[in-house]
Design a protein around this ligand. Structure first.
Ligand code: SAH
Ligand code: SF4
Ligand code: F3S
Length: 479
């Protein structure tokens, strides 16, 4: 009987996509995915190192797995991801968790099937970490979480070295995929039923892909700096031409590299969703400088103004860190002011977390925990109040939703996202359906099967702080 595996993923979309690739590679080798950890014979933990609580959750999970491993020595435990790129973590695993069977990193993800084979046939443990990426592994299969939408890497690594951040150390230097490779992947995804792609990179704005064949890049508008090089704005335009791709999103956009050409792309390309995640991190110029972000609040607010001038209904989200070393009450006030000025649809707020090996970890003026928490609470209150206002303003409006499937909150409702990335939970009521609707008289399961992956028109009945509620009106016109 073939072995079954389960993957636990911590961290960002990049890790989520890495897990999809691991699942794809293992299924291609004949292994089967188990519905949960309990029933799997192989457990893979894909780790994140961005904040201390991610580290803690990983070691907590390992603690839980120990009991099972003791009872069942054939149970195989593999650990990978960003934490493994740090020697101190690998040392700790060897010392305290010697029963872990396989340890590998972000740079040799594609080696998983071979390494696992060695573990399963050799009955010995393997540790293989690559310090460098050594080129980009192309053509790896991926087992997507959704049939109708997909994550696509466009850059790997990061060169920005924000002083608080571990990512440049765990993911290495920035490297762009060739545009032809990206477009080939998206064409295949579209043929497989994908309608929405999210282009992924730590800073997609600094994407610079070299055309394998410079001739294929000809005639692409959007401000290429030199012939043969594809910019991010051009890549979006090329992606939008692929038949079947109806929505394009991207993550993450660094303010320092957001170009006028990208803003123009929002205007010209209807497939590009009217939404941007633009992490600000702080509103104080002094703190932004210490964070090594290469912009100040004035430049950030000008970008917001230009984006809104070009795309009045664009939705915006951000990341904010509270309690960065040296942050004063005045600095926090500058953050609160900026949040108020921008009026984000949503914001991810984080307590500054010391990451060993980063410059900010060495700064002497760390902010005490109680102060951090008190400031954090004030920021969250403001952010939530604004989100609630923005969501309330959606009430009574009709949105075109790409339906993801049954709602996680209420199995009788369905869920999907607006173009602006707002999560909508909506009901499908018999009395709202037209006479000839194919949804009449169907069970919730049949309705879910019919609607998932389709565009639906939904009227918003209630705006909540983190989601919208609505009622299904009908299927949208197909593009
Ligand atoms: N490349 C992306 C962010 C990746 S990490 C970008 O630059 O926007 C996601 C978020 O985690 C960051 O935007 C930041 O807000 C937060 N973060 C990173 N390091 C952190 C730390 N040491 N403490 C608290 N939050 C952190
Ligand atoms: Fe980290 Fe900054 Fe790179 Fe984002 S841009 S991954 S915050 S170093
Ligand atoms: Fe975490 Fe690595 Fe992403 S550290 S946030 S999983 S790049």
């Amino acid at each position: 009987m073939e072995k079954t595996f389960h993957i636990t993923t911590f961290g960002c979309q990049m890790n989520e996509h890495d897990s999809e690739i691991m699942a794809g590679m293992l299924e291609a080798r004949g292994l089967r995915r188990a519905p949960d950890r309990k029933s799997a014979q192989i457990e893979i933990i894909n780790t994140c190192s961005v904040r201390d609580n991610a580290d803690k959750r990983f070691f907590g999970t390992l603690g839980q797995l120990k009991r099972r491993k003791t009872q069942d020595p054939d149970f195989t435990v593999c650990v990978c991801g960003c934490m493994m790129q740090q020697q101190r973590v690998v040392d700790r695993i060897q010392e305290k968790y010697p029963w872990v069977d396989l340890v590998f990193g972000t740079n040799n993800l594609h080696r998983l099937p071979d390494l696992l084979d060695q573990v399963l046939t050799g009955h010995d443990k393997e540790i293989e970490i690559w310090q460098e990426r050594s080129g980009i592994a192309e053509g790896l299969p991926a087992e997507r979480m959704f049939r109708h939408k997909a994550l696509v890497n466009i850059t790997f690594g990061c060169n920005n070295f924000c002083t608080y951040c571990i990512v440049p150390y765990t993911r290495g230097r920035e490297e762009s995929r060739h545009p032809e490779e990206i477009l080939k992947e998206i064409r295949q995804l579209a043929e497989d039923g994908v309608r929405e792609v999210t282009l992924l990179g730590q800073n997609v704005n600094s994407y610079r892909g070299r055309f394998l064949d410079p001739a294929t890049g000809e005639g692409v508008p959007g401000g290429g700096l030199d012939p043969g090089v594809c910019t991010f704005a051009q890549l979006i335009r090329l992606t939008a031409k692929i038949p079947g791709i109806e929505r394009i999103r991207f993550m993450t956009s660094h303010p320092k590299d957001l170009s006028p050409a990208l803003i123009q792309t929002f205007v010209d390309v209807p497939e590009l969703c009217r939404n941007i995640h633009l992490p600000v991190q702080a509103g104080s110029d002094r703190i932004l400088k210490r964070m090594n972000r290469h912009y100040d609040s004035g430049k950030y607010l000008r970008l917001v103004r230009d984006l809104r001038a070009a795309v009045p209904d664009i939705t915006m989200s951000t990341d904010i860190i509270v309690g960065f070393p040296g942050e004063t009450e005045e600095d926090l006030q500058a953050t609160l002011d900026l949040v108020e000025k921008v009026g984000y649809d949503s914001a991810f707020t984080f307590l500054y977390s010391i990451r060993q090996g980063t410059p900010a970890a060495e700064y002497p003026d760390q902010v005490p925990d109680e102060v951090k928490h008190e400031r954090f609470d004030r920021l969250v209150e403001l952010v939530n109040r604004i989100s609630a206002e923005k969501d309330a303003a959606c009430e009574g409006k009709i949105y075109r939703i790409l339906v993801d499937g049954p709602s996680k909150r209420d199995r009788k409702a369905m869920a999907g996202r607006t173009d602006g990335f707002k999560l909508v939970n909506f009901s499908v009521r018999e009395e709202d359906l037209p006479e000839e609707s194919p949804l009449r008289g169907r069970s919730p399961q049949e309705i879910a099967d019919l609607l998932t992956g389709r565009f639906a028109d939904v009227i918003i009945t209630k705006g909540k702080t983190f989601s919208l509620e609505g009622r299904f009106l009908g299927l949208s016109e197909e593009a």
